[in-house]
Design a protein around this ligand. Structure first.
Ligand code: EPZ
Length: 430
């Protein structure tokens, strides 16, 4: 079983290129099946989740050509079914975007109920409510979601919760519906905007993405396009916090600084220096970190996908911090692992009360999910001694070459898959 072995203590220093946004890519890949023409998509991150999505698409006859590591050509002219039963699909939550895309184009979709990171109960009632409002009949049977319609008709849909997935899925299903669909209380995340821009480049008529009211005027068909996915806000944020946690100096490149504002603001608050340029952000952590309070919120608030990373930083700060998780109730599972590394954190419901300690000590830990897994790696990078991280398959769902990028910043980290390799690493780095 592959694991990371880390020798902590090196400040991370240097520049790192950020890849395409995983969560935008998952929706954009699914959306590409909505035209018979060929679609070229650039800046697709080469991570497990996007690869599973592409395999699922191939399973229904979509032609996927890899032009290079980050560019794919997708042709969905010869789709031979609307049933995504593939075992892989249960592994990625974003498989639900294929329901919106297939329903929107073929008025029919059968997709396994989504899996994904175990970060709390993750209902999809708002997606289904949206499909039904557009006139689809939606049933759940034998682990599948079955959606079909004679015709989809635009409607006024008020989402009860701000949901990235439901906003995107309703957009997909409504793009070729008759008339106008209005999505109220829509999510405003950068990847919602990216998906809308992608669909518009295929001929859709979507206005208001990035605000809480999105207006979709249905069009007859969509056509081919060439499109580059936006940079990954969370990958960038993770490396920015890596600088803070290891007392380093890291420049994240190829980013949209505006998307990182809530992250930069918290780093400033805890004592880091931030330098922004057009497409890069530099984080310098030369002073001891100070405490703060943070609550995760939908965009433009502080992202839930950055909650474990900021907690790892605050657990090393001076004083008491409070982190409130308001999106996913089960997102503090990693705290027990962090405690084994010396953190002093008490979780009560959706709140973590953190009393800062001066250092972590290395331990054998397990990644419970994608973002917490990455955050625990960052803890290992600052810890005294060796840390091993198991279940790194979670981390590989969403971070491309995480270990390689960290190494390029001076981290002592290695992916190993045997006790012998682990020993070799320990001997090599001392
Ligand atoms: C997306 O999940 C991301 N995943 C998550 O990233 C991210 O944490 C989350 O948005 C929030 O930003 C993908 O894009 C594939 P939501 P999603 O619907 O769409 C409730 C990562 O680490 N809700 O915005 O599933 C829900 O329970 C992953 O990359 C309903 O009640 O999240 C939650 O409390 C993990 N009913 C809140 O809304 C619904 O029908 C927001 O969830 C849908 C959601």
């Amino acid at each position: 079983m592959e694991q990371y072995v880390i020798k902590g203590g090196n400040p991370l220093v240097g520049e790192v290129e950020i890849g395409g946004a995983k969560n935008a890519a998952l929706a954009i890949l699914a959306a590409a099946v909505m035209t018979d023409d060929t679609v070229l998509i650039e800046n697709v991150p080469d991570v497990r989740d996007t690869n599973v999505m592409l395999q699922a698409m191939e399973s229904i006859g979509v032609r996927v050509e890899r032009i290079d590591r980050h560019t794919v050509k997708i042709t969905a002219k010869n789709v031979n079914g609307h049933v995504i039963e593939d075992d892989y699909i249960k592994k990625i939550r974003a498989s639900y975007y294929l329901i919106g895309a297939l329903l929107g184009k073929y008025k029919k979709a059968e997709v396994s109920l989504p899996g994904g990171c175990n970060i709390g109960s993750r209902p999809i009632d708002q997606h289904l409510k949206g499909f039904r409002a557009l006139g689809a009949k939606v049933d759940i049977a034998h682990g599948m979601i079955i959606a079909q319609a004679d015709d989809l008709k635009g409607n006024h849909i008020y989402l009860d919760v701000v949901s990235v997935g439901a906003t995107i899925n309703v957009m997909l299903a409504s793009v070729m519906a008759q008339g106008v669909t209005i999505i109220e209380n829509a999510a405003k995340e950068p990847h919602v905007v990216d998906v809308a821009n992608f669909l518009n480049s295929m001929g859709a008529n979507i206005k208001g993405a990035g605000t809480d009211v999105i207006r979709v005027r249905g069009v007859e068909t969509l056509h081919g396009t060439e499109y580059a996915i936006i940079p990954d806000q969370i990958e960038a944020g993770t490396f920015m916090f890596a600088a803070a946690i290891t007392k380093g100096d890291v420049t994240v490149k190829n980013v949209i600084p505006k998307h990182l504002e809530s992250i930069s603001a918290k780093l400033l608050e805890i004592g880091c220096e931030i330098e922004e340029s057009d497409d890069a952000v530099r984080v310098v952590a030369s002073k001891p970190l100070s405490h703060t309070h943070v609550k995760t919120l939908p965009y433009p608030g502080f992202p839930t996908d950055m909650q474990p990373q900021i907690t790892v930083a605050l657990a090393l700060s001076n004083g008491t911090s409070i982190v409130t998780e308001s999106i996913f109730e089960n997102r503090f599972k990693y705290v027990d692992e962090l405690t084994r590394m010396g953190a002093n954190i008490k979780v009560e419901g959706n709140t973590a009360i953190i009393n800062g300690v001066s250092k972590y000590t290395g331990a054998g830990i397990t990644a419970p999910d994608l973002r917490a897994g990455a955050a625990l790696v960052l803890a290992g990078l600052s810890a005294e001694g060796f840390t091993t991280v198991d279940d790194i398959r979670y981390i590989e769902r969403g971070y491309e070459d995480f270990d390689i990028k960290l190494k390029s910043l001076g981290a002592l980290i290695e992916k190993v898959d045997s006790a012998r390799d682990l020993q070799k690493f320990k001997l090599r780095v001392g």
